[in-house]
Design a protein around this ligand. Structure first.
Ligand SMILES: Nc1ncnc2c1ncn2[C@@H]1O[C@H](COP(=O)(O)OP(=O)(O)OP(=O)(O)O)[C@@H](O)[C@H]1O
Ligand SMILES: O=P(O)(O)O[C@@H]1[C@@H](O)[C@H](OP(=O)(O)O)[C@@H](OP(=O)(O)O)[C@@H](O)[C@H]1OP(=O)(O)O
Length: 460
């Protein structure tokens, strides 16, 4: 395709759908995620449907990154993230920010400082930079590991951390602009949610929530956003919450210790695989004993297995409430330590539910107490999908949810060797919300327990 053809195609799209420029940003709802219609023509290919709903002329083997949920998108003005195989490419469009971010990744790559070595575990692997020709222009890209690469149905949430999201070199206008947006969640919780996507476990469709949704959230409605993201309409999944919380605790622990960096406007990227969540939910329903049917509907719906340890329930029993027994930030080989009123409480080591061993689904088990054959058939199909997945995926026993720190365009050295409270407070509040979810997934949790409300109200 010649340049003039590409140009005319791009302007045709501009003419026909002028509002599309910010389409993704305002989009809330379901979308078909398999709509990338790539045409390889000669050396470059045109991608018709992209992260910001605009085409781009990309080098061969490159495509626009469809799992990008926030940040600058391909939208006719900005360049979006692109991907090739298991790597994502972040364009450097603002020279100073780009150099700062590259500088940070290079520092991590070469450093032996224990704090930097520790944070490296929570940052996507860095593969240097590359020049690519995009839309006929040479652009420098930062090359990173795609943290969604192992997931069949990647659910991704970008949580921008900090009450303050501008750096020390920001202009007065930039400060005002930043302070005005996502105002309530930033003010009350020290973080905001610029975007997320979730694959619904009920129908496999992807739903995307953009900036406008995030800008209208407040400290109460933010819980709804998390529950949508966590596919909690059929009940919060304890294994999922535990995996995310384990990562969050480790990041919190690091943020409490570190005294050398200021992370302005960095994000925590929460990712999990809805495919694995569905399998986990199905499995829990299958092993659920029949007497569960008598449990009143008003109770939390998540079913549990006996082997699953219950850290927060131990905490509640020993210390009578989450507001008085937050995780201390200390992880030992035996599990996290809680901070209690008198002495620290060690929580038993916990791990995600063991995955189902391969083998054909058992027909014997398939007669539910309700004799609901349709439901049984559905579970059986899900089992086969599960087994097929295991046959093609050797990573099946790995974690299927994690949290990474991303976006270091506004990282600065700390001037006075104290904590980065702006970053830390956001992380701590996020941790508290996920700890309250963990309590909710405890089968002994009583809905009327006022302690939990106390926990939510205790945000800094
Ligand atoms: N390593 C990664 N793996 C998978 N997805 C990623 C990765 N890094 C970034 N993303 C995706 O790209 C989005 C934007 O990333 P990032 O915040 O680094 O870009 P940005 O354009 O600098 O953002 P901003 O406009 O907030 O400054 C993230 O929300 C996430 O969806
Ligand atoms: O983080 P930066 O580099 O300052 O870029 C911001 C950022 O992308 C911001 O998006 P959000 O994630 O805070 O929602 C953009 O704001 P909008 O919400 O108005 O789109 C800013 O415009 C970006 O700043 P800049 O205009 O300097 O590129």
């Amino acid at each position: 395709m010649g340049k003039s053809e590409v140009d005319s195609m791009r302007s045709a799209r501009l003419d026909i759908r002028p509002d599309n420029r910010k389409a993704w940003k305002f989009y809330i709802g379901e979308a078909n995620n398999n709509n990338a219609n790539n045409e390889s023509r000669g050396k470059q290919k045109v991608q018709q449907v992209v992260n910001g709903e605009y085409p781009a002329v990309l080098p061969p083997n490159m495509e626009l990154f469809s799992n990008q949920v926030a940040g600058h998108m391909q939208d006719g003005i900005n360049l979006g993230m692109v991907k090739s195989r298991n790597r994502v490419y972040k364009p450097i469009t603002k020279e100073t920010c780009g150099q700062r971010e590259i500088g940070f990744y290079e520092q991590l790559k070469n450093s032996r400082d224990p704090i930097l070595l520790e944070v490296k575990q929570h940052v996507p692997k860095y593969y240097g930079t590359e020049m690519l020709t995009v839309d006929g222009k040479q652009v420098k890209y930062i090359v990173l590991d795609d943290v969604t690469k192992d997931f069949k149905e990647p659910c991704v949430m970008d949580i921008k951390i900090g009450r303050r999201t501008y750096d020390p070199l920001a202009s007065y206008e930039k400060m005002i602009k930043e302070d005005q947006k996502y105002h309530e969640t930033k003010r009350d919780l020290g973080f905001c949610i610029p975007g997320f996507q979730v694959f619904k476990i009920t129908n496999g469709r992807v739903c995307r929530y953009g900036k406008d949704y995030g800008k209208n959230l407040n400290k109460e409605t933010v819980t709804d956003a998390f529950k949508i993201f966590l596919n909690a309409n059929t009940g919060l999944n304890r294994t999922l919450v535990m995996q995310l919380l384990t990562s969050l605790w480790r990041i919190q622990n690091w943020a409490r210790k570190q005294r050398q960096l200021r992370l302005y406007s960095s994000s925590l990227l929460l990712v999990y695989d809805a495919r694995r969540l569905r399998q986990n939910q199905n499995k829990q329903q299958l092993i659920q004993p029949p007497q569960e049917e008598t449990v009143p509907r008003s109770r939390p719906t998540l079913k549990r297995v006996n082997s699953l340890n219950r850290p927060m329930s131990i905490a509640m029993r020993d210390n009578s409430g989450p507001s008085r027994n937050t995780f201390s930030g200390l992880l030992t080989k035996d599990g996290p330590i809680l901070r209690g009123p008198t002495s620290p409480t060690r929580i038993k080591q916990f791990s995600p539910l063991p995955e189902r061993k391969s083998g054909p689904p058992s027909l014997k088990r398939m007669h539910s107490f309700q004799n609901n054959y349709d439901k049984d058939l559905q579970s059986m199909k899900a089992d086969y999908v599960d087994i097929l997945d295991q046959l093609v995926n050797t990573r099946t026993n790995q974690m299927w949810a994690t949290v990474k720190i991303i976006d270091f365009a506004h990282v600065f050295p700390a001037e006075n060797c104290d904590q980065d409270t702006n970053f830390l407070e956001g992380v701590e509040n996020l941790v508290k919300i996920f700890e309250s979810f963990l309590i909710e997934t405890d089968p002994s949790f009583n809905e009327n327990n006022t302690e939990m409300n106390g926990c939510m109200g205790g945000m800094r």
